[in-house]
Write a protein that binds this ligand. Sequence first.
Ligand SMILES: [Zn+2]
Length: 125
Amino acid sequence: MGPVLPDRCQTCRAVVNPAWETCAACRRPLTSHEITIEQAALHARPVYWERGDTSIVGPGTPEFLARVGQGPKASYWVIALYQGGPVWINSMILRSQQAFETQILPTVCTPIHDANNTQYRWRRK
Ligand SMILES: [Zn+2]
């Protein structure tokens, strides 16, 4: 018998598929995969990364580096301190400080319509 795979994320308790590598809710690696963690360099450069809404956030202070899984399917993570808490950042979504500083933030708009309902305009929230 193999190990019992979790069907809930150990971090946020969201229900997960054991075949997933990461939790769909909090994006952390699932513990059914082998995780190797090492300390980040003492004065490692701050990291920036892209979130699901394509905005780039940071800086985070790297604390640990982690490898999840083995071989060609392994994924690599930076565990960084951000706004007082640890964040797991997949190496695939790391971005440069320059990308962070030059990003064009999306504007959230709400539709409004004029009195005779024929035309829609956009108003900034
Ligand atoms: Zn989770």
